[in-house]
Write a protein that binds this ligand. Structure first.
Ligand code: SF4
Length: 279
């Protein structure tokens, strides 16, 4: 049996993404990746691979930090040298030139079109936070640590709470992330109207504005409880029988190994050139 003092089931958008493929990406889904990331994550080799940020992750963190710095001192948005000053704060000149170039472009675009300007901002993350604090929620009568770290929350002029998630790169907006935030928001901002959306700081594209109904929130609770419980059961199973790792978390090698952090330790990996870790 799992001891409640040792392990409390948890839920996060990333666990959802590791547990169920996004629509249309079913054939690329690998359960074993979830096993490495969620169960074997304290093994030194696995931990080192998880802790190694890919270029995409580094760019995402720096872009968020750039937005944070612009709003920590809003005069930077008015100054013609604002981009250079923020680039200095981010120490871009010390980074890989390709990363520095992409982040500089992001800063220039944000400086030209600062979408948070004039907004009543409640939360704006720096982008370099350590382990986030979970909400302790009861899902389907079970206590669950619920992680929902929001990049930015602001209040619309009509009082609606708007949760905004920043993106970089070419990945599609995954609305499951917005639903995770909207679910958390009913506990963080009870009784208040809440919406969520995405904004890509590189392409300057916005998503649609996403809302939830009470019925959707009930359905989400069932999904979240199931995913948290499934991982708890997998964890228990693996603890009792570590040799069954590949049966509990079945591998699905293929092109997806190229975008997986674990080919160097995975017996089933398909190796390709230019393999690199990803989120
Ligand atoms: S390397 Fe391939 S098979 Fe192994 S965990 Fe990653 S995606 Fe799955």
């Amino acid at each position: 049996m799992l001891s409640s003092t040792r392990y409390r089931p948890y839920f996060s958008y990333k666990l959802w993404a590791d547990s169920e493929p996004a629509y249309g990406l079913e054939s690329f889904h690998c359960e074993m990746k979830r096993g490495f990331r969620r169960i074997r994550n304290q093994e030194p080799l696995v931990k080192a691979l998880i802790d190694t940020d890919s270029n995409a992750q580094v760019i995402g963190h720096l872009a968020q930090r750039g937005v944070f710095e612009f709003h920590a001192d809003p005069q930077l948005l008015d100054r013609s040298d604002g981009v250079e000053l923020v680039a200095d704060l981010l120490q871009l000149q010390q980074l890989d030139p390709e990363i520095a170039e992409r982040v500089t472009l992001i800063l220039e675009r944000y400086h030209a079109q600062p979408i948070l300007r004039g907004k009543q901002i409640l939360i704006l993350e720096r982008g370099d936070e350590k382990l986030p604090k979970p909400l302790l929620l009861k899902l389907q009568r079970k206590q669950v640590n619920f992680f929902a770290v929001m990049d930015c929350v602001y209040i619309e002029p009509d009082g609606t709470i708007h949760i905004l998630d920043f993106k970089t790169g070419k990945s599609k907006f995954d609305e499951r992330q917005a639903y995770t935030y909207l679910f958390a928001a009913q506990h963080l901002y009870p009784g208040q109207p809440v919406v969520a959306s995405f904004y890509n700081l590189e392409s300057q594209k916005r998503s649609r504005v996403i809302r939830t109904s009470p019925v959707q929130l009930q359905r989400l609770e069932i999904i979240f409880a199931k995913i948290a419980q499934q991982l708890a059961e997998n964890s228990n199973h693996h603890r009792n029988n570590p040799a069954a790792f590949n049966l509990i978390f079945q591998p699905n090698p293929g092109i997806q190994c190229q975008h997986c952090p674990f080919p160097s330790i995975c017996d089933y990996a398909e190796h390709h050139d230019n393999t690199h870790p990803e989120d």
